[in-house]
Design a protein around this ligand. Structure first.
Ligand code: NIG
Ligand code: FE
Length: 406
């Protein structure tokens, strides 16, 4: 087998996160990963790994590259003053109703060029990469016109053109807020999304999935369903911000249409849990938004667990409700605030996050046939990746077989 391998990472402890490996974290002690052409072509005991190119990681742990499956990391402006207002007692929904919130960022985003947006977002992307993220989902949603939404989704592609070594998945979130030009005419805006924005995004090849904000301050379930149906007709994935601030029953509707993921879920009810379990819709938990909004209602983690709904964890990186760029912190919050185990949190930022983006054939576990995109950690146990903050334990980051950090 070893003659097909270009390079071995050997003397490693693998947290494969592969359910086929019965140990916690899918652990394999003293193993080696064989890489060829950017892919994992062998996983064998270290003693079997022989060849000219050997990277001896000295008994360190290797995990699959991390995946942040829900971000709004492209945006203009900054909303720290709104955070201050919220701390002084003004609710998020009230700030949104009076032209702040998402619409505040929309104004600043519309004024920025695609290059400016990408340049502003670069440090955020690099912060994620520095902690081991290899695949990031990036949403539009602060443009709210066809051209401005396209501009955001094109900006996301610049990272790839600039040779930043990260894979991206892009979601059209035109149904994030009703733009001021359509005030009182939300249905007309939904029509624009369906008749113009989705087809243009397809034509420009800038989109993988269509997202919505299903909430009393945003779009209703029937409006979201129209958008999801149109997206499906174009062969796109569908997902939604659902049950974040109230129970609108959006998760069940989304699951019944075959949603890739339902995200937030603080107010999810039993019917929603069952519909998601039946459809295989991933629950994306976003403890950062819960934390920054100082919410009290937690997503029904125990019910999701019992029903066998896969739970992913993401940053929700955005300027309003979740202004932080650390997937390790998001995993830590998922444990401390929502009661996930560290293994569930790490699974949520690897295997289940890959599934949420329908990228599990390439990412999410250490297994033969997947992309050789993994992280070597200077830790004694994978728990440390989730537990200890403030010092970055990443030793090396490998993207498609090439060392990018370390
Ligand atoms: O995921 N819930 C809606 N959208 C974002 C908030 C975006 C913003 O406030 O700018 C979220 O929390
Ligand atoms: Fe979000």
């Amino acid at each position: 087998m070893s003659h097909q391998v270009d390079c071995w990472w050997t003397n490693a402890r693998l947290a494969t996160m592969d359910p086929a490996v019965a140990q916690a974290y899918g652990a394999l002690e003293n193993h080696a990963i064989g890489v060829s052409d950017g892919n994992i072509v062998a996983i064998v005991p270290s003693t079997v790994a022989r060849g000219q190119k050997l990277v001896d990681v000295g008994g360190r742990w290797i995990t699959p590259g991390l995946i942040d499956c829900h971000t709004h990391l492209i945006y203009g402006g900054n909303r720290s003053l709104e955070w201050e207002m919220r701390l002084n007692g003004v609710p998020y929904a009230e700030i949104a109703r009076t032209g702040g919130g998402i619409l505040n960022t929309v104004r600043a985003t519309r004024e920025s060029s695609s290059d400016e947006l990408a340049a502003k977002a670069l440090p955020r992307v690099r912060a994620l990469m520095a902690e081991g993220v290899v695949l990031v989902e990036i949403k539009s949603g602060y443009g709210l016109t066809t051209d401005n939404e396209l501009k955001m989704l094109c900006a996301a592609e610049r990272f790839v053109h600039w040779n930043e070594r990260i894979a991206i998945s892009r979601s059209l979130l035109a149904a994030h807020a009703v733009p001021p030009e359509f005030a009182g005419r939300a249905d007309d805006y939904v029509e624009l999304i369906i008749s113009d924005m989705i087809p243009q995004c397809i034509e420009h090849k800038v989109v993988d999935a269509v997202d919505v904000f299903c909430e009393s301050i945003a779009f209703s379930v029937p409006q979201c369903e129209r958008i999801w149906r149109a997206a499906k007709q174009h062969g796109l994935g569908i997902k939604g911000h659902v049950e974040q601030l109230s129970n609108q029953h959006g998760a069940a509707a989304l699951a019944r249409l075959g949603g890739w993921s339902a995200d937030h879920l603080e107010y999810l009810d039993d019917d929603g849990v069952q519909a998601m379990a039946k459809a295989g819709t991933v629950a994306v938990l976003l403890p950062g938004a819960f934390y920054f909004l100082r919410e009290k209602q937690k997503p029904p983690v125990e019910k999701l667990r019992l029903a066998g709904v896969p739970m992913a964890v993401a940053t929700d990186l955005n300027p309003g409700t979740s202004p932080f760029a650390s997937l390790r912190l998001a995993m830590n919050m998922a444990c401390v605030l929502f009661g996930l185990t560290p293994e569930e949190a790490l699974t949520g930022a690897t295997r289940h996050a890959a599934r949420a983006l329908r990228c599990e054939d390439r990412f999410g576990t250490l297994a033969v046939g997947k992309s050789a995109s993994f992280v070597v950690w200077d830790v004694e146990s994978p728990v440390e990746i989730v537990c200890a903050l403030g010092v970055n334990p990443m030793y090396q980051r490998v993207m498609h077989g090439e060392v990018t950090h370390g």
